[in-house]
Design a protein around this ligand. Structure first.
Ligand code: XMP
Length: 509
């Protein structure tokens, strides 16, 4: 049985980061909303309570049944979690009169406390709270303090309940990882055996048991997630996995063929479908970004559905859903408002009547990459920048024509190839060229031109939720601009996007 840590989410922006840190220690963990705690069986080795934007003093403060768990399992309360236990169990939390935000040092650490093993006195931690624990119950013991926060950490005496008001998961807490390791390994007894290899082994066994001789159909996009999902499924059920790769006419230059070739090379049972014209027909004359997305989504479903029905007796739909999508849909705050109707293979309609299998739905993106590496997948596929489902359609502002797609593909290929040859591709989160519906005057030789503008976008990001523009070297930008203007007919001007997200977005539509 896969041992695990439960992280109860009270809505903190850092909850996912706690999960990342736990997993970096090769320990499997799951995030659950505080009000939907799953049944605790013997696979659960401990519980971490996250921080929260709420104050325990608020009437609608989130509650958790602490008493039920605290005698049976090790618990670590972080920030709100620490204040919650203190406040509702004989102590008191008040609004803080001093600043408790930013770096602080643990001037006092109780000798020999297991939570602080190998954490030196003076260790820097990161505080981020408006409330503070003013008093703890008599059977609680302070185990660390800073000069302004006396109850920086406490233990419920004689139990395995610990709590800290600082954030061990952020890198500014220098010994945060050590502290988490102390809790997880020494106190909870986790065995640190959750690695890409063990994930692959367990997942393949589970897929075999779940799918037996059934057939699965999976849409590949050329991206990391669907590729890794495909290889895992392939290793579990071999030829019973039927992959479909649709050319929607909105992919990057030569991408359809090269991706198809590499999948075939990997031994996948894959069918490529050239549906370019169907997409162009559906997009003709559409200028509104949402209408374009919807049209692409609709045609994709039609094309995919036709292809899936050609597979006799298929009963499962494979998907490359990853953990952030799952967390998002069960989040404390509820699924966040859809700003754009993102078209992913995920949105296939009920009429397909297929059961869904999602082998990656417990992994973060970087974990998917590590699993992909352990599976021997081509680094070129694993390192690819994210690319939106509607592809170049949302990078051509306004209506789509095959001619514009061709121009953008040429410019984008020059851009991406230059990023690769300059050795910066891997340090950029996502890059792409955008075709602007703007014409400007230029001069070429003796002639005046009146042609379109290409915008280059390159961003740094961790997860696509926020992003900053990359400070690409001027000489690289100059080279790319020259090459595009000299080689791509119809373009006489190149600009570089220097907006961050928020308030801008990564894509232009
Ligand atoms: P934005 O533009 O919202 O993009 O900052 C964030 C990330 O999402 C990708 N993106 C999409 N992906 N379908 C997708 O599958 C879409 O409609 C879509 N729109 C944006 C975008 O490329 C970036 O990685």
């Amino acid at each position: 049985m896969q041992e695990k840590i439960l992280i109860l989410d009270f809505g903190s922006q850092f909850t996912q980061l706690i999960a990342r840190r736990v997993r970096e220690l090769n320990i499997y963990c799951e995030i659950h909303p505080f009000n939907k705690v799953p049944e605790v069986d013997e696979s659960v080795k401990g519980i971490i309570l996250s921080g929260s934007p709420y104050s325990v003093r608020q009437e609608d403060a989130p509650h958790f049944d602490f008493v039920k768990h605290h005698t049976t399992l090790p618990i670590l309360g972080v920030c709100y979690g620490a204040q919650y236990i203190a406040h509702f169990h004989g102590g008191e939390v008040l609004a803080s009169s001093t600043r408790e935000y930013g770096r602080a040092n643990l001037d006092y650490i109780k000798a020999d406390n297991p939570l602080f093993k190998d954490v030196p006195k003076g260790s820097q931690v990161w505080m981020s709270h408006a409330d503070t624990i003013a008093r703890i119950a008599d059977d609680f013991e302070i185990i660390a303090s800073t000069d302004s926060v006396e109850v920086a950490a406490y233990q419920v005496t004689g139990t395995q309940t610990y709590a800290i008001q600082f954030h061990p998961e952020v890198t500014h807490s220098i010994d945060g990882k050590q502290l988490l390791q102390n809790f997880l390994v020494d106190i909870c007894g986790c065995s640190q055996d959750w690695t890409p290899d063990s994930f692959i082994e367990t997942t393949i066994a589970e897929l075999k048991a779940k799918l037996g001789n059934d057939k699965v159909v999976l849409g590949l996009s050329g991206g990391v997630d669907s590729s890794v999902a495909a290889v895992l499924l392939h290793q579990a059920i071999g030829a019973n996995l039927h992959c479909i790769f649709v050319d929607n006419g909105l992919l990057r230059k030569d991408e359809y063929q090269s991706v198809l070739d590499s999948y075939q090379h990997m031994g996948l049972n894959i069918k490529g479908i050239d549906a370019k014209q169907r997409f162009y027909d559906a997009l003709a004359g559409l200028t509104d970004p949402e209408k374009k997305r919807k049209a692409i989504g609709r045609v994709f479903i039609e094309v995919f559905d036709d292809a899936a029905h050609e597979v006799q007796g298929v009963s499962w739909l494979g998907q490359g859903t990853i953990y952030p999508d799952v967390i998002e849909s069960i989040s404390v705050k509820g699924p966040s408002a859809t700003i754009k109707s993102h078209h992913n293979v995920g949105g296939l309609p009920d009429f397909m009547k297929l059961k869904v299998v999602e082998p990656l739905n417990t992994l973060f993106k970087d974990e998917v990459r590590r699993v992909g590496k352990a599976l021997g997948i081509d680094p070129n596929i694993l390192g690819r920048h994210p690319f939106p489902g509607p592809g170049l359609a949302i990078r051509i502002l306004g209506d789509i024509t095959p001619e514009k797609v061709d121009i953008l593909q040429q410019a984008d290929a020059i851009y991406i190839n230059n990023l690769r040859s300059a050795g910066v591709y891997d340090s950029v989160w996502q890059a792409g060229a955008i075709y602007l519906p703007v014409q400007s005057v230029g001069v070429m030789g003796d002639e005046r031109t009146y042609e379109n503008v290409i915008c280059l976008r390159a961003v740094e990001s961790l997860d696509g939720m926020t992003a900053d523009w990359c400070h690409l070297p001027y000489n690289l930008l100059a080279k790319i601009s020259n090459e595009i203007i000299n080689n791509v007919k119809g373009i006489n001007r190149v600009v570089y996007d220097i907006s961050s997200k928020p308030p801008a977005t990564i894509e232009w539509e």
